[in-house]
Design a binder for this molecule. Structure first.
Ligand code: GLN
Ligand code: ZN
Length: 732
C-alpha cells in the first residue's frame, strides 16, 4: 500500500474568506472571536477536502492568521523586545505583522523564489528562547483529531528559521544555533504529549540553496538531536524548490523517520537516493507551484526511476511543496475557455491527481504516454537579431536627437491611481460604460498628467499608465496566449492575494499594446514622451507559465511581441522607450550552477525585445530591488542606454557597485523613496545628488524617483517632484 502526502494546504480559503475576515477584524467591524470562527471553519473544510481524497498525511499548523514564519517566532518565544510592551497577544501578533501607531511592522521579504512573503524574525545575541509555546499547534491538532484526522504537524525547520532571520544587533546568527535547537527540542517534547505516533514535518527549503559546508554540519547536529527527543515522534525533514543532494547525505545518517525531496524542480535529487538509507522518502512528484494538469505518464516514469533505488514500501507520494503557492480550485472558473480550463489543476485538483497517481502506482498500472500535445512553432533567439551599435555610438546619436540637459529628470512611469481612475476602469470592464467614454476619461487623465509634468519642468515625460491595472496583467490581456482566471488567487502576504495571468499558449501580438496612448501623450507636448512597456522576463516571472516547452522559448515569444511594439512606437516617433524588468532578480535560481542558464535566456530575451530599436531610439529599463552586487555584469549585458533603479534607501552604496564594474551607460538612481508618503526636502535630495556625484561622473546621471508613483497620492507626488526639480536646478 503506498501512501499520499500533502506538504501543506492553502489557508486563505476558496473564496478568500480569511482575507475578508481579517480585514473586517482589522477595521474594527468584528471581534477576534468572529475571526477565529472563520479560521476554524476553513481549517475543517480544508481537512475534509483532503480526507475525501484519502490523503494519508494531512497537515495541521500549516494554517496561519498571517504568516507561518511569524507563528514560528511566537512559538519559539522570539518576540522582538520592541513589541514586549503590548500585553494583548493578538494585538501584539498583528502589530508585529502590520505595525500599529507605536510600532513599525517587522520586515517582510520573499520566501525563496516564490511570490509569498514571510515576516522576517528579528533576533539578537541575548535572546534566550525560554518561553516556547505550542498552544496554536495543540489547538489545531486537537481540532483535527476531533474531525477524524490524525494530522502531521508542520514546523519551519530550525536552520531555515535562523538563517532567514535578521540579527538586529549585527551579531552572528550562528551563535544562536544552540539556543534555537534547544527551543525546538522543547517544542518537540511538548508535542510528544499530544498523542501517539505523531509525524512532525520540518520544512528546510534552505537546503535547496547552494550553501557553505558549515550549514551542513549544523544540519547534522540539529537533527541528531531533534530526532531523539521522543520515540513517540516521527521526524520528517522536507526540502523543496530545488535539489537538496548534500542535505540528503547528512539526513540519511540522522535518527529521523523521513526525508522529503522535490523531484519536479530538483530532478537531480534522483542522484541522492542512495543516501536515503532506509528512511521514508516523501517523493514530491506533483507540482505544488504551477497550475497545469499533471502529466501522469511522466510522473509514473519518475516514480519508476525512484523505485530503482528506493524500496516501494518506503515511497510516499507527495506534492513537490506546499500548495500555498497555487490557487484553490478551478471549479469556480465559469468564464475560462474550455481549452484552458481543461489544462488547469489548482490545489483541490492536485489532491485528485495525488489519489490518481497513487492508485495507478499501487496497481502497477503504467499509463500510456500522453499523446504529444501539438507544439506551437517556437521562436528561437537567433530569429531576432540584435543589431544595435556600441553604447558610445548610440549615446552620441541619442544626445543629438533628444538634446537633454545635464541631469535629465524623469519618472518611472505610473502616476497616482486614484479611486476614480480604478472605478472608471472597472466600470468599463463590467460593460457599464462604453469604450468611447472610457477612452475619453483616460485621455483626460493623461492630459492632466502631461500638463502637470510640464508645469513641474520634468525633461522626459510619461503618460502615467492610467490604463493599467497591473504592469503584467495589462499586457497579458492584449496579447494572444494569455488567459485570466476569475478566482485564481494566491496568497502573497497576510490578507493580500495576487491573481497571476495564465500564460497557456503561443504568445503573439495581434494589436498594438500601448502605441495609441503614447502617441496621444506625445501629441500634447514638445518634450520627449517615454513609451512604457514591461519586459519578457518580468512578464514570465509574474505569470503561471506553460511547462510543456522550455521557459526560454516562451520568453522569446514574449520578447518578439514586445519587440514589435518597440518598433511600432519608434515608427510613431516615440524616441525613448522603457522596457521594465522589475522582476528580473526574482527569477534567479536557488542553485548557483543554474544561474548562468537563467541569466542567458533572461538577458537574451530582454535583448531580443529591444534589439529592433534604432541607435537613436533611447532604451530605458527599470529594476526595483536594491542588491545588484552579483548581477552587475548581467545588467551590463542587457545593454540598455539608461537604467533606473531603486536606491534611495541605500544612499550611494549601490552606485559604487556600478562604479566598480566600470559601468558605462546612464543610470537613474532613485533620489527619493516612493514607498512612503513622506515628502523629502530639497536639501535632502541635494545631498543625495551630491552623494551620487562622489561615485559617478555627472554625464552618467539621471534624476528620478525610485519606482512608479501609482500607490502615492497626488498632493505628495506633486510636492516631492517639485522638490526634486529644485534640487536638480541647484545641482546644475
Ligand atoms: N513602470 C512601472 C510603474 O511605474 C514600474 C513599476 C515597478 O517597477 N514595479 O508603475
Ligand atoms: Zn520599481
Amino acid at each position: 500500500m503506498s501512501q499520499t502526502y500533502v506538504t501543506g494546504f492553502p489557508r486563505i480559503g476558496e473564496k478568500r474568506e480569511l482575507k475578508f475576515a481579517l480585514e473586517e477584524y482589522w477595521a474594527g467591524k468584528t471581534d477576534f472571536e468572529a475571526l477565529k470562527a472563520v479560521a476554524k471553519t476553513l481549517r475543517n473544510r480544508h481537512w475534509n477536502y483532503q480526507k475525501e481524497r484519502h490523503i494519508d498525511f494531512i497537515s495541521c499548523n500549516d494554517f496561519s492568521l498571517y504568516d507561518i514564519m511569524l507563528d514560528t517566532t511566537v512559538m519559539l518565544g522570539a518576540i522582538p523586545p520592541r513589541f514586549e510592551n503590548i500585553d494583548d497577544k493578538t494585538d501584539r501578533y498583528f502589530a508585529m505583522a502590520r505595525g500599529d501607531d507605536d510600532h513599525a511592522a517587522m520586515e517582510m521579504t520573499k520566501w525563496f523564489n516564490t511570490n509569498y512573503h514571510y515576516i522576517v524574525p528579528e533576533l539578537h545575541a541575548n535572546m534566550n528562547f525560554s518561553h516556547v509555546n505550542i498552544s496554536k499547534i495543540a489547538e489545531e491538532f486537537i481540532e483535527a483529531k476531533a474531525q477524524g484526522v490524525h494530522p502531521k504537524i508542520n514546523l519551519v525547520g530550525p536552520l531555515t528559521f535562523i538563517f532567514l532571520s535578521n540579527a538586529v544587533d549585527g551579531s552572528d546568527l550562528f551563535n544562536l544555533f544552540d539556543a534555537v535547537v534547544t527551543a525546538y527540542a522543547k517544542v518537540l517534547y511538548a508535542i510528544s504529549s499530544l498523542g501517539e505516533n505523531i509525524v512532525v514535518q520540518f520544512d528546510e527549503p534552505l537546503f535547496a540553496k547552494t550553501l557553505e559546508p558549515k550549514f551542513l554540519s549544523l544540519l547534522k547536529i540539529a537533527y541528531e538531536r531533534l530526532g531523539v527527543v521522543s520515540p513517540n515522534l516521527k521526524i520528517a525533514v522536507v526540502t523543496y524548490f530545488d535539489r537538496a543532494n548534500e542535505a540528503v547525505e547528512i539526513l540519511g545518517n540522522c535518527p529521523i523517520w523521513g526525508i522529503g525531496l522535490d523531484f519536479v524542480y530538483g530532478e537531480e535529487n534522483l542522484d541522492a537516493l542512495l543516501h536515503v538509507n532506509g528512511k521514508m522518502l516523501i517523493a514530491g512528484v506533483i507540482d505544488g507551484r504551477n497550475v497545469w494538469k499533471n502529466n501522469v505518464s511522466k510522473t509514473y516514469n519518475l516514480l519508476e526511476k525512484i523505485s530503482e533505488k528506493i524500496d516501494a514500501q518506503q515511497i510516499i507520494i507527495s506534492t513537490s511543496c506546499s500548495l500555498l503557492h497555487v490557487p484553490f480550485s478551478t471549479q469556480f472558473e465559469e468564464k475560462l475557455a474550455p481549452e484552458v480550463k481543461s489544462r488547469l489543476s489548482f490545489a483541490l485538483e492536485k489532491l485528485v491527481e495525488l489519489e490518481q497517481i497513487n492508485t495507478l502506482w499501487e496497481k502497477q498500472e503504467k499509463p500510456e504516454a500522453s499523446a504529444c500535445t501539438q507544439k506551437a512553432p517556437s521562436v528561437k533567439s537567433s530569429a531576432i537579431a540584435y543589431t544595435r551599435s556600441s553604447y558610445t555610438t548610440r549615446f552620441a546619436l541619442q544626445q543629438k536627437a533628444l538634446n537633454l540637459p545635464l541631469f535629465p529628470t524623469t519618472t518611472i512611469g505610473s502616476f497616482p491611481q486614484t479611486k476614480e481612475t480604478r472605478a472608471v476602469r472597472n466600470a468599463f470592464k463590467k460593460g457599464e460604460i462604453t469604450r468611447e467614454a472610457y477612452e475619453a476619461s483616460l485621455k483626460e487623465s493623461i492630459k492632466k498628467c502631461v500638463e502637470l509634468q510640464e508645469a513641474l519642468g520634468l525633461d522626459v515625460l510619461v503618460h502615467g499608465e492610467f490604463e493599467r491595472n497591473d504592469m503584467v496583467e495589462y499586457f497579458g490581456e492584449l496579447l494572444e496566449g494569455f488567459a485570466f482566471s476569475e478566482n485564481g488567487w494566491v496568497q502573497s502576504y497576510g490578507s493580500r492575494c495576487v491573481k497571476p495571468p495564465l500564460l497557456y499558449g503561443s504568445v503573439s501580438r495581434k494589436q498594438p499594446l500601448s502605441v495609441d496612448w503614447s502617441v496621444y501623450a506625445q501629441s500634447l507636448t514638445d518634450k520627449p514622451m517615454k513609451g512604457m512597456l514591461t519586459g519578457p522576463v518580468t512578464i514570465l516571472n509574474w505569470s503561471f507559465v506553460r511547462n510543456d516547452i522550455p521557459k526560454s522559448e516562451v520568453a522569446f515569444e514574449v520578447a518578439r511581441a514586445i519587440a514589435e511594439e518597440v518598433d511600432e512606437l519608434q515608427r510613431h516617433d516615440i524616441k525613448i522607450i522603457q522596457v521594465d524588468e522589475a522582476a528580473f532578480k526574482e527569477g534567479y535560481p536557488l542553485r548557483e550552477e543554474k544561474i548562468k542558464a537563467y541569466e542567458k535566456w533572461a538577458v537574451e530575451s530582454f535583448k531580443a525585445s529591444i534589439g529592433i530599436a534604432w541607435d537613436q531610439t533611447q532604451i530605458h529599463t527599470h529594476m526595483c530591488y536594491s542588491n545588484f552586487n552579483d548581477i552587475i555584469d548581467t545588467i551590463e549585458r542587457m545593454d540598455a542606454d539608461v537604467i533606473t533603479i531603486e536606491t534611495s534607501r541605500s544612499g550611494n552604496k549601490l552606485l559604487k557597485v556600478f562604479q566598480k564594474a566600470n559601468y558605462k551607460a546612464q543610470i537613474g538612481p532613485g533620489v527619493y523613496d516612493i514607498h512612503s508618503p513622506r515628502v523629502p526636502s530639497v536639501e535632502e535630495m541635494s545631498e543625495q545628488i551630491k552623494a551620487f556625484l562622489h561615485v559617478l561622473p555627472k554625464e552618467q546621471l539621471w534624476i528620478n524617483p525610485d519606482c512608479g508613483l501609482k500607490t502615492r497620492g497626488w498632493s505628495e507626488t506633486k510636492a516631492a517632484l517639485a522638490n526634486m526639480i529644485k534640487a536638480v536646478h541647484l545641482a546644475r
